[in-house]
Design a protein around this ligand. Structure first.
Ligand SMILES: NC(=O)c1ccc[n+]([C@@H]2O[C@H](COP(=O)([O-])OP(=O)(O)OC[C@H]3O[C@@H](n4cnc5c(N)ncnc54)[C@H](O)[C@@H]3O)[C@@H](O)[C@H]2O)c1
Ligand SMILES: O=C(O)C1=N[C@H](C(=O)O)CCC1
Length: 238
């Protein structure tokens, strides 16, 4: 599979290592210094594009992939206000798009556990739910995309909570997400249900970026040749 890497930072480099080891070919490494490689004539040489850049650049990069008729796997977080628009344009232009706030298999299983736990706790009103996420200090967005996914899963099932907030002290109807930035944390997510009697805590701790990168490569191989909008649930059959 010929891959165009859009974003050649920490994730781009981790993806390159895994994709190359699996026998895939990286035909473009695109970053802020090589914007010309985002032109159609270059992008269309790839079977699939993998986009890990910045909250400010993901939207335009994805549209360029659609213009070049290249399936795109995107892991950039912090731009989700534009996701409905990207999905509409993907369908309108008959393209292929797969977004995940977190590509690791472990986190995608954690998402399923989080949903089930939220369902079980919905009627246990003696517990109050809160969240914490810990990442490295270079991270641009807060809360993390993964934390937002977890929070939305809880909000869909916990009738006591009406919205998430990115602070510790909040109203009873708000779901607190505390963001900590500590090097070199690749990504830790903690969901706690606390009561006077006991606490239930679920935690996912990434030990490196390998899981995110490996998941993105699996997703890219899966998306190659398909049309439509997909998630990691489709890839992993969860
Ligand atoms: N979904 C996941 O599993 C997952 C995992 C880790 C990180 N992320 C997200 O991926 C994104 C990138 O993370 P990172 O740690 O690699 O960041 P990074 O800062 O190390 O790298 C970002 C790269 O994007 C490049 N870039 C900036 N503007 C660009 C543009 N217009 N076109 C092409 N490239 C451009 C930069 O040159 C840099 O190489 C972040 O949003 C992060 O939150 C997602
Ligand atoms: O390093 C990052 O940045 C990460 N971003 C994703 C998020 O925002 O959830 C996934 C974990 C690592």
């Amino acid at each position: 599979m010929k891959i165009a890497l859009i974003g050649y930072g920490k994730m781009g480099k981790a993806i390159e290592a895994i994709a190359t080891a699996k026998g895939h070919e990286i035909i473009h490494r695109i970053d802020v210094n090589s914007p010309h490689l985002l032109e159609k004539e270059h992008l269309q040489q790839a079977d699939v594009a993998i986009e890990f850049t910045t909250p400010e650049t993901a939207y335009d990069n994805i549209l360029k992939c659609f213009e070049a008729n290249v399936p795109v796997v995107c892991g950039t977080t912090g731009w989700l206000d534009k996701l409905p628009d990207i999905k509409a344009r993907c369908l309108e232009k008959h393209q292929a798009f797969l977004y995940a706030s977190n590509f690791s298999i472990g986190v995608n299983i954690f998402f399923e556990i989080n949903k089930r736990l939220a369902e079980l706790m919905a009627s246990q009103t003696q517990y109050d739910v809160r969240m914490e996420e810990i990442h490295h200090t270079q991270k641009k967005d807060a809360p993390s995309g993964t934390a937002i996914t977890l929070a939305e899963q809880i909000l869909e099932r916990q009738y006591k909570k009406t919205r998430w907030v990115n602070k510790e002290r909040c109203k009873p109807e708000e779901l607190s997400i505390v963001s900590k930035r500590i090097d070199p944390a690749p990504g830790t997510h903690i969901v706690t249900y606390a009561s006077d009697i006991d606490d239930i805590t679920i935690t996912h701790t990434a030990h490196s970026r390998e899981g995110f990168a490996a998941g993105a490569v699996v997703a890219a191989a899966w998306l190659n040749g398909k049309k439509g909008i997909f998630t990691m649930k489709d890839v992993l059959n969860l």
